[in-house]
Design a protein around this ligand. Structure first.
Ligand SMILES: [Zn+2]
Length: 509
């Protein structure tokens, strides 16, 4: 009887869940969006593996302008589609010719004081799970499309290996190198390796470099990057420095970064280092010895800004933060747990009253707004820039009191009001629509700051900063868009604010 019951239960189970119990060999030819049955053997669903991409990169730097990279990326398909192709940004290829440079033409001599000098990123080999795969370059070689041998189903991982060669331009940019004297060199490594594009709402987001602004949009990932350089080079990079050894005539640096959306570095044989701690976070400033005054000021600003933002927005979730003097003619550039700051800012005559402090505080604030809470910096740059600039103004207020706030407004806001009023551009316009350089900072940064300042004045400080803390927690390690942000703000302020407040700032449909 017991045996008959067991058989009956088994038969019933097979009837209801037959598809799972009986594996029928596939006879149809899979469509491009479907995986073949062989994929199932390769792509075992790995519940315990992190549901994010993992980059492992071995970097060999020649001490001047060539980097050879071996990159393993464990790609995790978090979408609901099966992918037969993957897309990577190859931002460095903007420097292949002078046709589409990532700045306005009037700045050519600032970026290339020695004249235009090309650079670029070349793929030498691509492999999936041990099998060579084909690739193509699109959009002026700024987008790499990889044709997978085995499609990747939702919730599955696959291993991709890319061997690449990066040629650095001799440029004052986020990517480039500059020589000083006869044997000193400092290299900026921003947006330098093939980085996976974001897939959302059924499409790959493949925006390329614009004439201004920051190009990035990428998902939270883990990184393990090992740099090999000639002797006496120092590598400052994203993440935690887990190891540094000198072997023969080489220096080897290993950086590990978890839950970051990009990885950047600066390399120099002319760095001095100063360190400090705040709230258990190690902060490290890298600077040229002749600019030590600026190097210590950058360290001091990072320390105060981290403290103020930790208290006001929620804790910085990483153990270390680095700021490095490098060559970027615009000023500062934010990368996760790493700030690149232009050497010119360290040389300003009166450092106690200069833009080094504003830029440093601004890039520290980006660690919260862009780094942890991500957004599309090309299509909706105001989301991170507006809140980051508000945080910058707040830094001056908290650190120096009402006088600090007034000085900030006098210096950055009063001069911008006319431009904002006379501009036809809106702060939430996409980056490519901005055609006049002088408009972007006032309309996006300063007007964005004024939006948050106005919101703060409508609700009391306690509620306002609780709102920011809640926003930070809700979107931590995620990407947010404008619709989500406005909805969030409206829902959280509906008791005190009606729609007219938001309509004044956003002509929303
Ligand atoms: Zn910014």
């Amino acid at each position: 009887m017991k045996k008959a019951l067991t058989v009956l239960i088994l038969l019933l189970l097979m009837f209801f869940f037959g598809k799972e119990f009986i594996h029928k060999p596939s006879t149809h030819i899979p469509e491009p969006s479907q995986a073949s049955d062989t994929d199932i053997n390769i792509q075992i669903k790995t519940e315990n593996m992190p549901k994010k991409n993992i980059y492992q990169i071995e970097v060999d730097y020649d001490g001047k302008n060539i980097i050879l990279g071996n990159m393993n990326i464990k790609y995790y398909n978090k979408s609901d589609r099966t992918h037969t192709n993957l897309f990577f940004h190859m931002y460095a290829n903007i420097f292949k010719s002078r046709n589409h440079l990532p700045f306005f033409s009037e700045d050519l001599s600032k970026v290339f004081p020695q004249g235009f000098n090309p650079g670029g990123l070349e793929v030498l080999e691509a492999v999936q799970e041990g099998k060579p795969i084909q690739w193509t370059l699109e959009e002026d070689d700024q987008i790499l499309q990889i044709n997978l041998k085995d499609a990747v189903k939702p919730g599955n991982h696959t291993d991709i290996f890319i061997k690449f060669r990066l040629t650095l331009p001799n440029a004052n940019f986020r990517l480039g190198y500059q020589q000083f004297g006869h044997d000193k060199i400092t290299t900026s490594l921003g947006n330098w390796y093939p980085i996976l594009a974001v897939f959302e709402n059924g499409e790959w987001i493949l925006d390329t470099h614009c004439s201004m602004g920051d190009p990035g949009y990428s998902d939270i990932s883990d990184y393990n990057v090992e740099f090999t350089t000639p002797l006496r080079f120092t590598v400052a990079a994203s993440g935690i420095l887990s190891n540094h050894v000198t072997e023969g005539n080489k220096e080897i640096y290993n950086y590990v970064a978890e839950n970051v959306r990009d990885f950047a570095a600066a390399i120099s044989n002319n760095y001095e280092i100063a360190e400090d701690m705040v709230d258990g976070i190690k902060i490290i400033s890298y600077f040229h010895p002749e600019d030590s005054k600026g190097g210590f000021m950058a360290l001091d600003t990072v320390k105060h800004a981290l403290k103020i933002f930790n208290d006001s927005f929620g804790k910085y979730p990483y153990d270390e933060l680095r700021i490095a003097e490098a060559n970027y003619y615009c000023g500062g550039m934010e990368y996760p747990t790493f700030i690149m700051m232009n050497t010119g800012k360290y040389k300003e005559p009166n450092l106690s009253n200069t833009s080094l402090e504003r830029s440093t505080a601004h890039e520290v604030a980006h660690q919260w707004w862009y780094g942890v809470v991500g957004n599309n910096q090309v299509r909706e740059s105001w989301i991170d820039e507006g809140l980051t600039e508000f945080s910058t103004a707040y830094y001056f207020e908290k650190r120096y009191g009402e006088a600090g706030r007034e000085a900030y407004f006098e210096r950055y806001v009063d001069t911008a009001r006319n431009i904002i009023q006379n501009s036809t551009m809106k702060m939430y316009d996409p980056l490519p629509q901005f055609k006049i350089r002088g408009e972007y900072f006032p309309v996006v940064y300063i007007n964005g700051m004024l939006f948050y300042d106005s919101l703060r004045s409508q609700i009391d400080d306690e509620h306002f900063f609780y709102l920011l803390k809640t926003y930070y927690e809700k979107y931590k390690y995620k990407n947010v868009n404008m619709v989500q942000l406005i909805k969030f703000l409206k829902e959280r302020t509906q008791d005190v604010l009606d729609d007219t407040f938001f309509e004044k700032w956003f002509s929303l449909e």
